[in-house]
Design a protein around this ligand. Structure first.
Ligand code: AMP
Length: 529
């Protein structure tokens, strides 16, 4: 099959990217025009009085900034199926579920063929800049089911090693076990270990530590463990499994020879070239553990986007993930940027049909951002989102031609916020890293972490300096607590590959807060403040 496929012309992909980013302003104008021409007949846009105009100035004057909450009634009508042309010119046939990290429940987000195409364009672009690699796990469900996606991945020599029955198994424990088994069976051929987010790669190898003997048993006997119960998965795996005592012996020997599992990945997969997944933002915490498993195999952060649409590609793959930036592709959506300093909640009117407010902040265009500044990303997509506040804060690190290179900073709403005392995910991560250094002396590690503002204790809270904010409380959680949180999110319909531990649990996220509170093993109060 592969021999008959045209391989991706990486030089052409890079040439197109260079041409497009040199002309980013015009490409943005054209992209907006295309989006509005395709979707001008949608009810949402009709009501805003654009009257066929497609220029950025009219667009900004007529269309308000919105959040997901503002669009929920519209999306719900699309989901209900009665009015398919509410947000787009062509009917929306698929709805994605976001991971739900911020609000505690997944959001419905429209998905269509155009979004699929932008996904492929992002993948092709960053692949062209990496320009090597082959296959392992990747289960972004919406895409993996798509035949166009499968062909594109083949063209990038990036086929997955597990059969579809394993990828789409309804039970993530069973699916993960089989992914590991498939990887071991194809160990010589694996050139890339990948998942959407770094968390699931770490989880996979933590699971391997628990089940490796059972996996070796399956390989030795050629019989799948009875822990796999789905008949379709069992029959798909039966086609791959043959008794192979030599392979089982080899893996057992390799595992027994490792010190604390250091360098597990290259030992299992001798031809692996790099490890690939989103490693920035809330994923940075897992880098230490991932580096431990990876030994000397490089880690490359994947691209930046959301269920709502892609934003930028990592075109500097040799940079360590901590320094990764994302170059915005100017033709995959129309982008605006709201300066963080001006982004004060009270002044923003989010109502779709509300009257215009003179204090509505004015976002700038893609090519107008300033290096060193932080902005919230505003997206207008091909799938029915117009001036949609993504909720992510990014910092402009520089430009590639005339398109900005962004560093992911944090999610705006995942902030520990007590009046003037504000701590972002990044602040938290830095303090956890410091704490981790102390406990490392005792050979302990921080598996995961989250935080919460407790406003129940004292109603008058203003500032730490004048002692009206209580001392920081540190709660040590029982082993397996974060696994319970993961399972809670999966139970709501989220995909394992999308999961992100919420770094700050908001007041509405009751269930996660409950899991955390129910699993406190010990608590300490800071004596510093
Ligand atoms: P989802 O909720 O599954 O749609 O996840 C999308 C969110 O994941 C984005 O809005 C970001 O907050 C986060 N995200 C996606 N890509 C990256 C990245 N490369 N670096 C950091 N965070 C990311």
């Amino acid at each position: 099959m592969l021999a008959n496929m045209a391989l991706l012309d990486v030089e052409k992909v890079i040439r197109d990217f260079e041409a497009m980013t040199k002309d980013a302003e015009n490409v943005q104008r054209e992209t907006l025009k295309l989006i509005l021409e395709e979707n001008g007949c949608a009810e949402y846009l009709q009501n805003l009085g654009l009257n066929g105009r497609t220029d950025p100035e009219s667009f900004k004057a007529c269309v308000p900034l919105v959040t997901h909450k503002d669009l929920e009634p519209y999306i719900q009508r699309v989901v209900d199926g009665a009015f398919p042309l509410i947000l787009t010119g062509k009917p929306i046939t698929t709805i994605s579920l976001s991971s739900g990290t911020t609000q505690g429940k997944p959001k419905f987000v429209p998905f269509n063929d155009e979004l699929m195409e932008t996904t492929l364009q992002i993948y092709r672009t960053s692949f062209a800049f990496r320009n090597r690699g082959l296959a392992c796990w990747n289960c972004n469900h919406q895409c993996v089911r798509n035949s166009q996606f499968k062909n594109a991945m083949k063209a990038m020599q990036s086929q997955v090693c597990s059969p579809d029955e394993v990828i789409f198994s309804p039970d993530f424990h069973q699916s993960l076990y089989c992914h590991l088994l498939c990887g071991l069976l194809l160990r010589e051929e694996i050139q890339l270990v990948s998942s959407t987010f770094a968390h699931s790669i770490v989880l996979a190898f933590q699971t391997f530590e628990q089940v490796w003997e059972e996996l070796c048993g399956d390989i030795r006997e050629g019989v799948l463990s009875s822990r796999i119960t789905f008949p379709s998965v069992r029959s798909a795996m039966a086609k791959l499994l043959k008794p192979n005592p030599e392979l089982a012996d080899l893996i057992e020997k390799k595992c027994s020879g490792l010190v604390n599992w250091y360098g597990l990945i290259p030992d299992l997969f001798p031809n692996v070239k790099y490890i690939y997944g989103i490693m920035t933002g809330s994923m940075e915490h897992y880098l230490k553990k991932l580096r431990h498993y990876a030994g000397d195999v490089p880690l490359i952060s994947a691209d930046y986007g959301a269920s709502e649409g892609w934003v930028g590609a990592n075109i500097n793959p040799t940079l360590p993930p901590e320094s990764a930036t994302y170059a915005v592709l100017p033709n995959i959506g129309y982008f605006e940027f709201l300066l963080e300093q001006e982004n004060v909640e009270e002044h923003i009117q989010d109502k779709v049909n509300g009257s215009f407010n003179a204090v509505e902040p004015k976002p700038v265009g893609l090519t107008e951002v300033n290096v060193g500044e932080e902005y919230e990303v505003i997206v207008t997509s091909f799938a029915g989102l117009y001036r949609y506040r993504l909720g992510d804060v990014v910092k402009v690190m520089g430009f590639h031609n005339s398109t900005p290179e962004l560093k992911f900073v944090c999610r705006r709403n995942l902030m520990l916020n007590i009046n003037i005392d504000k701590n972002t995910e990044k602040d938290l991560q830095l303090s956890v890293e410091e704490a981790a250094k102390l406990i490392a002396e005792e050979k302990l590690e921080v598996v995961d972490f989250s935080s919460h503002v407790d406003v129940m204790a004292d109603p008058v809270i203003t500032s730490r300096k004048v002692n009206t904010i209580g001392p920081l409380e540190l709660r040590v959680l029982r082993k397996g607590t974060f696994q319970k949180i993961l399972e809670h999110y999966l139970g709501l319909g989220g995909a394992l590959s999308q999961f992100k531990t919420p770094r700050c649990v908001g007041p509405t996220n009751n269930k996660v807060l409950q899991i955390l509170c129910d699993n406190v093993a010990k608590n300490y109060f800071s004596t510093v403040f």
